[in-house]
Design a protein around this ligand. Structure first.
Ligand SMILES: [Zn+2]
Length: 68
């Protein structure tokens, strides 16, 4: 199995969810706009937690902190 260089995820430009590169539609917000240029990863385990709310997360997921 050949691994692509760089990140193994891409980030949704709309909700910042990190998804595998082969994903075509964001499973969270159904956007099809993604960016390979993102920085920092946050894993939200509970969207109602302080961090989840601060982050605007609606679903427990992994999110990019910065999406260019
Ligand atoms: Zn999204």
């Amino acid at each position: 199995m050949s691994e692509k260089k760089g990140t193994s995820f891409k980030a949704c430009k709309n909700c910042r969810a990190l998804v595998p590169p082969e994903t075509s539609i964001c499973p969270l917000c159904h956007s099809s706009s993604f960016s390979d240029e993102w920085n920092g990863m946050v894993i939200i385990l509970n969207e109602k937690s302080e961090v989840g709310q601060m982050f605007g997360a609606t679903t427990p997921w992994r999110y990019a902190i910065i999406v260019k």
